[in-house]
Design a protein around this ligand. Structure first.
Ligand SMILES: Nc1ncnc2c1ncn2[C@@H]1O[C@H](COP(=O)(O)OP(=O)(O)OP(=O)(O)O)[C@@H](O)[C@H]1O
Ligand SMILES: [Mg+2]
Length: 389
């Protein structure tokens, strides 16, 4: 199968490797980390060494890790770092050498929070890059629907049929629950986590309701919060924080929760084909979550720059991107003739937005008012690039 080129990720990684002694490339299982790192190593000028820490032969070579690593020059890739968190303190020492003969690229499928054992010792020495699934920029706007139905895991997206794609995703879900999560230290029965994940799928794009989950699982708020952190730590769930600013309005303070991948969302809900998705009540939430993720990717907005906004009075904004002094607003509407609403005017004014885009399912991008634009989801990759920093 030919590789889909991931040029923007490659460029960012190469830049980070110039700036930091250690770069962490993190992302969900099977999202393409090893493939990207190997492509990067092929382009690297100078010596490269790759260790796969889930391969016993490579692990043998690292029996004496300091000895094995300190003599290396150029690019050193440590794949599956979560299998050997003991390496973190050693990497720290190597990163602090006065002359830096090597750059380290570490790959992992859990957030530092979930890894905890030792990753924090790298503070100030490591640049992070998160790899998500394939996005609209990489596959092209004409493939928008396919990317939405199947999600962005390369093997799901590229599968020869919708059925094969869905089978791949069901298999991913099973492996994630039964093998990956236990290895990442998530000591929770696979069946419980699966039920939780499926319930989250039903709440996709809604405000996190700890009480509903706590009641349904017969555990405390803190415990369901831990389930949520576990899935977030494996990059399969994302949270969008509320924008809270003292403007005298009563604001909603819990995050919104999204499954990171629309294909996994559909598989968890048993929606095998596009037809199934189009007839299911999750349709609207699924499309909106998908479009929102594509906006964030296209803008290259970091998670800490992204918010939603909602007041108890009913005004809301699906996505607010705050970078420096700039405030960009986005509304997502699964229609091909979006109009301007009172809520849009309210968010423009209250949040003092520099710009508001209404991302819709139609084919054209055009102005709605002086400050508001209708943007075709299929054209995001071209029509939003001007808004990048
Ligand atoms: N850009 C791409 N184009 C086409 N196929 C890809 C691409 N990236 C990854 N794949 C395919 O997807 C599968 C998973 O990729 P890869 O092994 O790189 O992911 P990973 O993130 O390292 O997964 P894991 O966490 O399980 O090690 C592989 O079969 C790979 O060939
Ligand atoms: Mg890998």
């Amino acid at each position: 199968m030919p590789l889909v080129e991931r040029a923007a990720h490659m460029a960012r990684l190469e830049r980070l490797l110039r700036e930091w002694p250690i770069v962490a490339l993190l992302g969900a299982r099977q999202v393409g980390k090893t493939t990207l790192a190997r492509a990067l190593a092929r382009r690297w000028r100078g010596p490269t060494t790759i260790f796969d820490l889930e391969d016993p032969r490579d692990l043998n070579q690292l029996d004496e890790p300091t000895l094995a690593l300190e003599g290396l020059e150029g690019l050193v890739v440590l794949d599956e770092i979560q299998a050997r968190p003991q390496l973190f303190p050693i990497l720290r020492v190597l990163a602090d050498r006065p002359r830096r003969p090597a750059r380290f690229l570490v790959l992992g499928s859990a957030t530092p929070d979930l890894l905890h054992q030792g990753a924090e010792t790298l503070a100030g020495r490591v640049g992070f890059h998160e790899l998500g699934g394939l996005d609209i920029q990489e596959v092209g706007g004409r493939r928008l629907d396919r990317l939405w139905f199947r999600g962005g895991f390369p093997l799901s997206y590229l599968a020869p049929s919708h059925r094969a794609s869905e089978e791949w995703r069901r298999d991913f879900i099973r492996t994630f629950l039964e093998r990956d999560m236990p290895r990442l230290g998530g000591a929770l029965p696979a069946a419980t986590l699966e039920r939780f994940w499926t319930m989250l799928a039903h709440y996709h794009g809604q405000i996190w309701n700890a009480s509903a989950f706590a009641r349904s699982f017969g555990v405390s708020h803190t415990t369901v919060r831990k389930y949520l952190d576990l899935l977030s730590g494996g990059f399969v769930v994302e949270q969008l924080r509320p924008w809270v600013e003292n403007v005298g309005k009563r604001l909603v303070r819990s995050p919104k929760v999204y499954l990171s991948d629309s294909g996994i969302l559909h598989a968890l809900l048993g929606l095998a084909t596009p037809r199934d998705v189009l007839r299911h009540p999750v349709l609207g939430a699924s499309w909106e979550g998908f479009a929102l993720a594509q906006v964030r990717r296209t803008l290259r907005a970091r998670p800490e720059e992204c918010f939603f906004w909602a007041t108890h009075a009913g005004a809301e904004l699906d996505l607010l991107v705050v970078s420096g002094r700039r405030r960009l607003g986005f509304e997502i509407k699964r229609t091909d003739t979006p109009g301007v609403t009172a809520s849009m005017r309210s968010s423009l004014e209250t949040l003092r937005l520099d710009h508001l885009d209404v991302v819709h399912a139609g084919q054209r991008t055009y102005p709605l008012t002086k400050e508001i634009r209708a943007v075709s989801a299929a054209r995001l990759a071209t029509d939003l690039t001007a808004l990048r920093r």
